[in-house]
Design a binder for this molecule. Structure first.
Ligand code: PGA
Ligand code: ZN
Length: 435
């Protein structure tokens, strides 16, 4: 038997925390953190960044000067170097909760605006990666433990509008979910085939310019205005391939960005709609199409509206800007039955611990969890591991193209191979994965 000496723990201690400015998929600077242990084990993680951001998200610190059009992150880097690194040195990388709590306390603000949530989130994730590497465990296994085995259904964003593409579509994302596949690899294959087929159909109907893509790699067809046109052509692509039994549809309305606070109305296709009228639009879409998931149907303060639509429509209602991966907001939603699913974005809240707490709270109350990208990603692939770690059952990660997206899908293909027979694809039980 190996006798573990007290000082064996020394190798888990943080020797150094280094940070640098790198670029995300939009060319915007973001933060990459290296956490290095006494044993010289490295944990490296990047902070993602949103564009269609919610009001209640943790604060992303940017320089606001001439460099990179104000988007530099040197202030955040300085905070890591001068404040976070000295406080983390000597701490055990396996103590994620303690380390995240230290950073939260050092920051001291409600929304992490002193140190910057981008500085904190990259450090938090780099700590987790360093711990996984020091223990020679894959990240999903380290975070999720022995039961992490569920491969998520990818919510494949096929057409984009709103803030994430230069189109006339007001709603932000039109997606397909390959729930009928037997495995994650089959889901990616048939999803990608649909993406190709949709490209052909769009080019024919909307000109070759329809093949230009938005921030999440999805098509951005010029002249398409009506959400029904988006769903119709996606369905056509699915049907032409004979996959109608394999897919359901999903959307992100990102309605906070359609809402005129002064008038209390939503802009949609050149009209001004009340909440009730917008609800009718959703009802109609759900009746017409196999649409099974609607994200942010109303603006981020309308908990009541979310509760009403959750009661009225028998589909997944997802809170993104509504919850901002924030426990307090999620609790408020759970109390009144607002939404029935949480979009989990680690950088919305700022630490891995808080994100994991939000995921457990959601699952405990029968809410589904969709682990999600940001429209600004890097090639870092911790997101894929996180989806398996929490057995979420769903992952929103954009289209099956562009390296910042395929970095996640490819990592999931590797995890599926590594898990072998233990891997389970969430498939039709995506809302409450059956283990
Ligand atoms: P974001 O958009 O990453 O730009 O916030 C994605 C979303 O709204 O879900
Ligand atoms: Zn959203």
């Amino acid at each position: 038997m190996k006798v573990i000496k007290m000082n064996d723990n020394t190798r888990f201690k943080i020797k150094e925390v280094k940070a640098r400015e790198i670029l995300d998929c939009r060319g915007n600077p973001t933060i990459e953190v290296d956490v290095i242990t006494e044993d010289n084990v490295l944990g490296r993680a990047d902070a993602p960044s949103g564009r269609s951001r919610g009001r209640y998200e943790a604060f992303e610190l940017r320089d606001g000067n001439a460099r990179y059009a104000g988007r530099g992150v040197l202030k955040a880097l300085k905070n890591i170097k001068e404040i976070i690194a000295p406080a983390l040195r000597g701490r055990d990388v396996r103590n994620q909760r303690e380390i995240d709590a230290v950073m939260i306390e050092l920051d001291g603000t409600e929304n992490k605006s002193r140190l910057g949530a981008n500085a904190i989130v990259a450090t938090s994730l780099a700590v987790a990666k360093a711990a996984a590497n020091a223990l020679s465990l894959p990240l999903y296994r380290y975070i999720g433990g022995p039961n992490a085995h569920m491969l998520p259904v990818p919510m494949l964003i096929l057409i984009t509008g709103g803030k994430l593409a230069a189109t006339d579509l007001d709603f932000q994302e039109f997606s397909a979910m390959p729930i009928g596949a037997k495995s994650f690899s089959e889901a990616i294959r048939i999803g990608t085939e649909v993406y190709f087929k949709l490209g052909e159909l769009l080019a024919k109907k909307y000109s070759k310019y329809a093949l230009n893509v938005g921030d999440e790699g999805s098509y951005a067809p010029p002249g398409m205005k009506d959400p029904r046109d988006a769903f119709e052509i996606i369905l056509k692509a699915i049907e032409e391939l004979g996959y109608e039994e394999m897919f359901v549809l999903a959307m992100d309305a990102a309605a906070s960005h359609l809402y005129d606070e002064k008038k209390g109305k939503y802009h949609l296709m050149g009209k001004e709609l009340t909440r009730e009228e917008l609800l009718e639009v959703y009802e109609d879409l759900v009746k017409t199409f196999p649409l099974k998931s609607i994200e942010d149907p109303f603006h981020e303060d309308d908990f009541k509206g979310f509760a009403e639509i959750t009661k009225t429509l028998n589909v997944q209602i997802v809170g993104d800007d509504l919850f901002a991966t924030n426990i307090k907001r999620l609790m408020k939603g759970i109390e009144i039955g607002a939404a029935n699913a949480l979009l989990l974005k680690v950088n919305q809240v700022g630490t891995l611990t808080e994100a994991l707490d939000a995921a457990s709270l959601a699952l405990k109350h029968g809410y589904s969890v969709i682990v999600s990208e940001r429209s600004g990603q890097t090639e870092d692939n911790w997101l894929a591991d996180l989806a398996v770690a929490v057995n979420a059952g769903q992952l929103k990660n954009g289209a099956p193209c562009r390296s910042e997206r395929t970095a996640q899908f490819n990592q999931l293909l590797r995890i599926e191979e590594e898990l072998g027979k233990s891997a389970k694809y969430a498939g039709r039980s995506y809302r409450q994965p059956i283990c």
